[in-house]
Design a protein around this ligand. Structure first.
Ligand code: HEC
Ligand code: HEC
Length: 256
């Protein structure tokens, strides 16, 4: 006759050890990701190889890396290399919850640390558009006040980011993209969020948030990072571009 008690004991032991195994495995994986991120940072990037790899990214991010002002894709052109490397490693590790980017940053699609470094350096070399999507102009003064007080220490006075601390450059980013990432950072969907930033942004009103992110969207990258008028990426001459910036739109930056 079956001894249910010992069967149960065996079963629960089996469950327990498999849970431990899963935890150990995910810790191993987190370590591996951290190593890969650090390795990618230390490697010398091969921009030519990055250019080839960027073919994988063009359909969504566009040949210029300017994304789309409806916020579905960010402007990634000109982003600090270390920041892009970190974001890629985070997508890969599932720390940013985006199945699409997770697939495209997988080892199978992209490769290892060297490839991450290569494509990130290529992206950093692309000139930016200054005609990114804008928010509301109503409360820009208020937005500037909050930004300079609460965000500029980390993200820089002009939103230029911080290479050493891997703080993203946010100048030139599409308003709608900023809004989505900000929301995901606040509500915890972005697991890679900076803890201090999360504490910082807990208590704004909706109006303050809109004001501050609208202000961020007006921050212009320095002239040397900007593309000349009508520039298209010569590496992708035949690509049919779905979104192009509209230079006839109202100019920004009036608050600076
Ligand atoms: C099928 C569409 C698609 C492809 C292909 C794709 N991406 Fe993305 N990418 C996205 C989307 C969507 C987001 C925004 C994710 C979010 O909202 O969290 C994104 C976000 C990013 C970000 C984060 C930027 C930031 O500032 O937050 C980086 C970096 C990036 N992609 C790089 C790449 C690279 C490099 C490739 C090619 C190897 C690539 N992507 C291919 C759709 C794509
Ligand atoms: C303590 C430093 C710190 C402060 C203060 C801070 N941030 Fe951040 N922020 C970061 C870091 C670090 C990241 C990147 C986290 C990661 O690795 O994904 C980030 C990410 C972001 C992103 C996502 C960018 C992207 O390309 O994905 C936005 C938008 C943002 N911050 C806006 C703000 C605003 C607006 C404020 C002020 C209310 C602010 N931050 C205050 C450190 C900070």
């Amino acid at each position: 006759m079956v001894n249910y008690r010992s069967l149960l004991a065996v079963l629960s032991l089996a469950c327990l050890s498999s849970t431990t195994a899963v935890i150990a495995q995910s810790e191993d994986k987190a370590d591996a990701m951290q190593n890969e991120f650090e390795k990618a940072l230390s490697l010398t990037p091969d921009i030519d190889n990055g250019r080839k790899l960027y073919k994988l990214c063009v359909t969504c991010h566009g040949p210029e890396g300017w994304g789309d002002d409806n916020g579905s894709y960010p402007q990634i052109a000109g982003q600090l290399t270390g920041v892009t490397i970190k974001q890629m490693a985070d997508f890969r590790a599932g720390n940013r919850d985006n199945p699409i980017m997770r697939a495209f940053t997988s080892v199978r699609a992209l490769g290892g640390a060297q490839e991450i470094a290569d494509v990130s350096a290529y992206i950093a070399s692309l000139p930016m558009t200054e005609y990114n999507g804008q928010g509301s102009r109503r409360d820009l003064e208020l937005g500037r006040e909050i930004y300079l007080r609460d965000c500029a220490d980390c993200h820089g006075e002009d939103g230029e980011g911080d290479v050493k601390k891997h703080v993203p450059m946010i100048q030139g980013q599409h308003y709608k993209y900023l809004e989505r990432q900000y929301r995901w950072i606040r509500n915890g969907r972005r697991l890679n969020a900076n803890k201090e930033m999360v504490e910082q942004i807990e208590n704004y009103t909706a109006r303050e948030e809109k004001a501050m992110l609208s202000y961020v969207a007006t921050l212009l990258p320095p002239t040397e990072k900007l593309a000349d008028a009508d520039w298209t990426n010569p590496d992708f001459p035949n690509f049919i571009r779905s979104w192009r910036p509209d230079p006839t739109r109202e100019r920004r930056g009036s608050l600076r």
